[in-house]
Write a protein that binds this ligand. Sequence first.
Ligand code: SF4
Length: 158
Amino acid sequence: MIIISACLLGIKCRYDGESRFDKELLSLIPDAIFIPLCPEQLGGLPTPRSPATINNGSGPDVINGHTKVINSIGDDVTEHFLRGAEEVKMIAQLMKIDTAVMKEKSPSCGVNFIKQGDVLTSGMGVTSALLYSVGIKLISSEKVAEDYVRYYHNRKRH
Ligand code: SF4
């Protein structure tokens, strides 16, 4: 089983009420059982919702309490982001899942990049950072082929 950002499976959980269904991505991991989760919804945020950005930092800074997540109308949604990340981590640990395919560029799910407004910066989203901190292997939605081979196929050989 592999956790996946729910929007990648076609679930309309994005801030704008849409999905980011990625058929090609799924074809790269044909034999997986995916568990779709949306940390922002699990954290109690509605859909649609105002888009949010991490204020001067990335996921680890939010987890460490060094910065906050603020939405486009100025509300502090840090607690929702942290709660959603904890829920995803708890589900992963309960189900003994050690791999997650995460939607790149999201302030929750980004693996290598997050969007801060219109600017793309290096760094992990809040949920990806928490999953990474407990040893869960992260596969970027934009690097599935490389990351999947690196983690999953290597693991199968051992
Ligand atoms: S929080 Fe993650 S799963 Fe939810 S819509 Fe954003 S990128 Fe997709």
